[in-house]
Design a protein around this ligand. Sequence first.
Ligand code: GAL
Length: 758
Amino acid sequence: MKFPVFQIFLTGFLLFLLTSCSPKKSVSVGLSDWKFKTGDDMEWSDPSFNDSDWENIKVEHTWDEYGYSDYDGYAWYRISFVLPSSLKEKSAYQGDLIIELGKVDDIDQTYLNGVLIGQNGETLDLSDTAGLRFEQIPGGWAKFRIYNLSTDDKRIKWDQENVIAVRVWDRGGLGGIYDAHPVIRMEGLSDYVQLDINSTSFSIQNQTNFNKVIRLVNSSDDFSFEGVLSVSLMDRFTNDKIFKEKLKIKLEPNSEKEQLISFQTEPGRNCSITYSYTEIKSGEKIIFTESLPYILTPPVPDKARINGPVVYGARPGHPFLYKIPVSGEKPITYSASGLPAGLNLDSKTGIITGKAMKKGIYKALLKAENKHGINEKEFTIKIGKKITITPPMGWNSWNCWGLSVSDEKIRSSADEMIRSGLADHGFSYINIDDGWESAERLPNGKITGNEKFPDFPALSDYVHSLGLKLGIYSSPGPLTCGGYLGSYRHEFMDAKTWSEWGVDYLKYDWCSYGEIAKNRSLPELKKPYFLMRKALDGVNRDIVYSLCQYGMGNVWEWGNEVGAELWRTTGDITDTWSSLKGIGFRQAVVAPFAGPGSWNDPDMLVLGRVGWSDNLHPTRLTPDEQYTHISLWALLAAPLLLGNDMAKLDDFTLSLLTNDEVLAVNQDPLGRQANRVYDENDIQYWLKELADGSLALGIFNLNEGVKNARLNISDLVLNGTYAIRDLWRQKDLGRFNDGMDVTLPGHGVLLVKLSEVK
Ligand code: GAL
């Protein structure tokens, strides 16, 4: 069979055709109309208490939205309802009764008929100034409160009136029950069986063959389940059901089954996948949908190809380190002519080291050769004041490991940068974010690494031996945002220490400097950054200076003045569409301030497995949102700093990061940042001038659904005929003088290059 083909390989189970199976109605009682009163009285837990004069309240949102804005302290919610015994009789599994409350900001005590049945959060004593310890609730206050009771629990009154009373304590910000559609229900399938589609990613061959292992986990001690796993694929553009396949799976108590899902589609086909598991006896179902990570980047050729920027800057007399990024089959032999005096190339590793003493512009010619052929590239080395003449590319530990970063994780990330081939496309920085610092300075005031970082010089030697560069993090305040030691009053000493360690990049994060600054005036905002610039100027190393102060005081207007190479323009990014959209599409205002060696930083990439801790998950961005992310960051000439677990790079994420035509837009030597030139009906055009006179254009669809749009050349304030090339697909689309029609996936993009045909 040609496309589409879909197969599920059965491991010991028979293929099973689902005969029609009518699911039983879910057995639950909704709890929507609550009574509410601020204050605190333990009598309010009593079922016989008369609450008829209390306010009526809903619980979809915090109490602030229902007229109790900024209320802090105790408040009570009450609801009465009849619990029919038919609930347990109809239940397929005869398990526990479950009370689902919703989230509670901050702490709750929940009573059924006057008896405490559950509590989340430690202290309910308002006078306790140590106060709110929501971190003692695993998952924080945003944890869904779910309480279980056995059906023969004496606190439950079957077929009679029951009262739930919730005592809530809140301090600061919003308060009360929220995000809630509370129900009382009998345990159902999803309480026992988890359908895990996120532990592994798709492995993808030739853009067409998809394989992934999903897991079905039965955590019940008592029940076994017989059900049907169904996987179906639907084309996003045509809504065609491409395939649906079903198989019968039996789950014994406390067991799990892995299932290989395997199918083919046409290259680049944009599909959604629905997974469901339906228990045969009860008809209960668990269901998940995800988008197929379709690859557009063509396979990287076997022939040696020199990637990366065409221009590179370093300061005279400072240690020089540049690994020529070359893709293609290894081994590769490297050579170069025209390098500045003092620099040497290792012909086996492609790493250029040494010191160039004389300022100047050097036109070098790089050569790379493997068994498939030779590739040459002109490479300009500018020995002078400017470094990071093109935006830095690399990895930073924060979005992935958060404060749990360690020497070992840094080394393994550097190894993976090489092994994955990302270094062959220009990724070179390995940056340690917060969490490396010791609790106290040495008696002489010198900072050291904590127990997770025993030996910085050895670590940087290791990273440098791979041809990669090492970054570090600090704050101008006494403490970093993670509560570690900052550089306040130790700026010169720290710069010297980092230089001795071999650090190549510093992220300098405002954090607790807020307590030192007299106010938020421009001189106060600039002061600590001038100081560290001075300190960095005193060392004999190129250390990229990256400001992080979330855009305060329009930092883009003066980042250059304080001598930074880049500056964060926003707060922290996270792996959701609203965060990506909120940050990425607000960068038009900062566009004029970008240029070679001066970059706006809309924060790091949220691709691959991220998590800000040891608990990682696949990015919550859909594949189309990820195309948007990289396309926009390329157009914005933003630093491309990955923030994912490098050991778990999947094929799709790699394809997003190894498209050299897309990366070339980011690394273009003209250094312009794209500007928004069109914005209607949530279709936006972002246009970036490139050094060769051509233009890179992203057409973004910020709508949820598929949209047709017409790209009018005149909307771009252009005349003439243009050759248009699709950069993700690396394919010429033709010559156009009026425009072309495009179809854009929801939250997706078409990234093209327009070259005028004279
Ligand atoms: C934040 C910063 C993050 C990360 C974190 C570390 O202020 O924006 O990117 O560096 O601090 O504590």
